[in-house]
Write a protein that binds this ligand. Sequence first.
Ligand SMILES: [Zn+2]
Length: 104
Amino acid sequence: MARLQRVRDRFFAITKRGLSLSSAYRCLKHPDEQAKVKRYGKDYKGGTHVRGTGYDVRIGWGWERQLLIKIAMEEGFLGFGYADSFLHLDDDAKRNDKMTSWTY
Ligand SMILES: [Zn+2]
């Protein structure tokens, strides 16, 4: 969470715009997580949102997204999920310091 706040502060310092989240911590009962339980099976224990290390930041495409990505990489985020209306960021320990990315 402190890492995310550093990203938000740095982004605001440049753009004078705040960043809002469309998702952060989710328990396994959350509909998005239950959909994954259906997809991956009953042994699925949840991903970064369930572990409290994943955040979905509302942002469109363009220079502000690129700025957000740059700052997030500099601050040590490792997981980058690209959706049209948000960017997923996580610093999950299970990534073993390796960056990764995907689309939705
Ligand atoms: Zn996410």
